[in-house]
Write a new protein. Structure first.
Lengths: 124, 124
DNA sequence: TCCATATTCAACTTTATGGTTGAATATCTG
DNA sequence: CAGATATTCAACCATAAAGTTGAATATGGA
């Protein structure tokens, strides 16, 4: 039903790859904020914060309503749903398994074409 | 129980912000692969693919076992769990709600200090 | 040993990122 | 209108990213 282009995930994950921007999303999860409010907790110029906001905006993660001189930003979580959808594919790799062990089990499971009796010791 | 540093999400989300790397993770979800095998479907030099693999590796998303001249890469999904955990915070913003509408509702919900009777028409 | 295979390394190019500062623009307010 | 506030813009800088090519390294196999 909900179909997401893989390519549209690029800007979303990219936007999430920065702690400042993730923090801004958390702020917006509380309530809409102006640019100044969003910038306040972060130790950087307003112009820098403005750029981060633009990154979030162009990833579709926030929308902006201009009211006079202030821009009110709101969270738009929809693209996060598509990110989570992408990640959900991998749930089977950690659900109800220890992850390192899981990797081993999964490898043997899936690699039907590659029967390897045991891991070789490192040559170095 | 599982506690993840926000900072460790930076390299994870960054790694996911590239379609080539996401595709490589999908490949590895099928079975472990050598560098050559991982590179094959992607239209780039082996050296470029090798760099992508290194990005995934340093984000902790894959591990590598060197056996002779081939390096076998395996998926390590654990950091994806922490990414999903981060995203899960936002589930409430899309679960059982239309997303645009949801933003509105949520805004009213969370902004207890800001009772706005109805959305203002855009000033522009 | 010789050659092919697997992978990385080094150097380089181009473009993107994240930050700065100072000026510009627009709006609100007395 | 004048000044303060909100935000962006433009220019600039330093570093990182993503790709290339060609050489280096290591291993496997005849």
């Amino acid at each position: 039903m909900v179909e997401y282009l893989s390519s549209s995930l690029d800007p979303v994950f990219h936007a999430l790859g920065d702690a400042t921007r993730r923090a801004m999303l958390r702020q917006l999860a509380q309530s809409p904020r102006s640019v100044t409010e969003l910038a306040a907790p972060h130790d950087m110029s307003l112009a820098a914060a403005s750029k981060h906001i633009k990154v979030l905006e162009s990833a579709g993660l926030i929308s902006r309503e201009v009211q006079g001189r202030t821009h009110t930003c709101r969270l738009n979580a929809a693209p996060l749903a598509s990110a989570q959808e992408w990640l959900s594919y991998y749930e089977k790799f950690w659900t109800s398994r220890l992850d390192a062990l899981e990797a081993l089990l999964k490898a043997e499971d899936a690699a039907k074409a590659k029967p390897k009796s045991k891991p070789q010791p490192k040559s170095k």
